[in-house]
Design a protein around this ligand. Structure first.
Ligand code: DAH
Length: 341
C-alpha cells in the first residue's frame, strides 16, 4: 500500500505538471482525488490493515492528498497566468481609432417653449409649482366655483376613477390656484405648468392629454390693468417687441370678469391667412380677475385682497412659436421631426 501511494503521488504530480489546460487539470483531479479516484480507492482499503499499520498509512495517505492538492493549485495558477498573458498579447488596443459617435438628444420643442415661458415669469418674481395630475373633483371644480351642472363635469368629458365622481384626472391646471391659496403665504405669484386630461378624440388640434400653464397673482390692490400689463409684457418677450394683443370678454366660473387673450397673427399681421385660419388673431389663453367666491372659499378676504389668473395651452403656444401645423407631431416622438429644433 505504501508503494501504491508513492506511485500515485509520483504519477499524479507528473501528469498535473504537464496538463495543458484547465479541463485536463480537472480530469486529473477527478482521476486521482475524485470519489472514484485512485487515492480514494486506496483509502477504502485501509480497513484491511492491522491496527498498528493504520495510523502511519493514514498519515501517509493524507500527505499524498495534500501534495496532490498543492500540485493541482500550483498548476492551475500557472495555467491562468499563461492564459492571461496570451490574451494580453492577442488583444492589442489601438487608441488612435476614432470612437463611435454617441447621438445626443435635446429638449423637446414644447419644453423649449415652456422653459422660455418659465424664464419670463421667474424674471417677474413668479414661483414655479408642480402639482398632482390625479386630482379631487373638489379642487378641480367645487373650489373653483364650477356650478353643479357645469358641462365639463360630465362623464363624457372627464376621466373619473370612481363611480361618485370624486377622483379624476385633472381637466385643467386651475386646481393649482387652490393648492397655492391653501399652502402659500400672501402675496402669491405662481406659475404651474403640467399635464391635463380630457375625453377628446385625437386629431390635428386635439389630444386626450395636453399641457397647460396656469398663472396666478394675489395681492392687495391688484386690478385688471395688472393682468393686461403683465400678459402684454410676456407676449412681447415671447413673440417679439411690438406684438399686438387683444382681450375679448368670456366666461369662466372662477373669474369675474373673464376674458380670452388673442395675439395678432405674426404671419399676416392681422390680414387673415392659413396660419390664423383667416381670422388675423390667434387665441392664446383664458384669464380673468379671480372670483370673490374662489378667494373666500380659500379663506382669503376679497375685500382686502384681489388677484388675476390665466391658463394657456402649451402645445398651441409651442405650435405657434415653432410654426408646427399638426398637434400629433408633438406627441409622436418621430426623431425626423424632433431633430429640427
Ligand atoms: N382653466 C381654463 C381652461 O382650461 C383656462 C383658464 C381660464 C384658466 C381663465 C385661468 C383663468 O386661470 O383665469 O379652459
Amino acid at each position: 500500500m505504501k508503494e501504491q501511494l508513492a506511485n500515485i503521488r509520483a504519477q499524479a504530480i507528473r501528469a498535473m505538471e504537464q496538463a495543458q489546460d484547465t479541463a485536463a487539470l480537472e480530469a486529473l483531479r477527478v482521476q486521482y482525488l475524485g470519489k472514484k479516484g485512485a487515492l480514494t480507492a486506496v483509502l477504502k482499503r485501509m480497513g484491511s490493515l492491522t491496527a498498528e499499520e493504520r495510523p502511519a498509512m493514514g498519515q501517509l495517505a493524507n500527505e499524498v492528498r495534500s501534495a496532490l492538492e498543492e500540485a493541482l493549485e500550483a498548476r492551475s495558477k500557472k495555467l491562468e497566468a499563461q492564459a492571461l498573458e496570451a490574451r494580453l498579447k492577442a488583444e492589442t488596443l489601438d487608441v488612435t481609432i476614432p470612437g463611435t459617435p454617441v447621438a445626443l438628444g435635446h429638449r423637446h420643442p414644447m419644453y423649449i417653449a415652456l422653459d422660455e415661458i418659465k424664464d419670463i415669469f421667474v424674471g417677474m418674481g413668479f414661483e414655479v409649482l408642480d402639482g398632482p395630475e390625479v386630482e379631487l373633483s373638489y379642487y378641480n371644480f367645487d373650489r373653483l366655483n364650477a356650478e353643479a351642472d357645469h358641462p365639463s363635469r360630465d362623464w363624457s368629458d372627464t376621466f373619473y376613477f370612481d363611480a361618485d365622481s370624486r377622483v379624476m384626472l385633472r381637466s385643467q391646471t386651475s386646481p393649482m390656484q387652490v393648492h397655492a391659496m391653501e399652502k402659500k403665504e400672501l402675496p402669491i405669484r405662481i406659475l404651474a405648468p403640467g399635464r391635463v386630461y380630457r375625453k377628446d378624440e385625437v386629431d390635428a388640434t386635439h389630444s386626450p392629454m395636453f399641457h397647460q400653464v396656469e398663472g396666478m397673482v394675489i395681492d392687495k390692490g391688484i386690478t385688471m390693468a395688472d393682468l393686461k400689463g403683465t400678459l402684454n409684457a410676456v407676449m412681447e418677450q415671447l413673440f417679439g417687441p411690438g406684438t399686438v394683443t387683444r382681450f375679448r370678454p368670456h366666461h369662466f366660473p372662477f373669474t369675474e370678469p373673464s376674458c380670452e387673450m388673442d395675439v395678432q397673427c405674426h404671419k399676416c399681421g392681422g390680414e387673415g391667412c392659413p396660419t390664423c385660419k383667416g381670422e388675423g388673431w390667434i387665441e392664446v389663453l383664458g384669464a380673468g380677475m379671480i372670483h370673490p367666491s374662489v378667494l373666500e372659499m380659500s379663506g382669503i378676504d376679497p375685500n382686502v385682497y384681489s388677484g388675476w389668473a390665466f391658463g394657456m395651452g402649451l402645445e398651441r403656444l409651442a405650435m405657434r412659436r415653432f410654426k408646427i401645423t399638426d398637434l400629433r407631431l408633438i406627441f409622436e416622438n418621430d426623431i425626423r421631426f424632433l431633430e429640427q429644433f
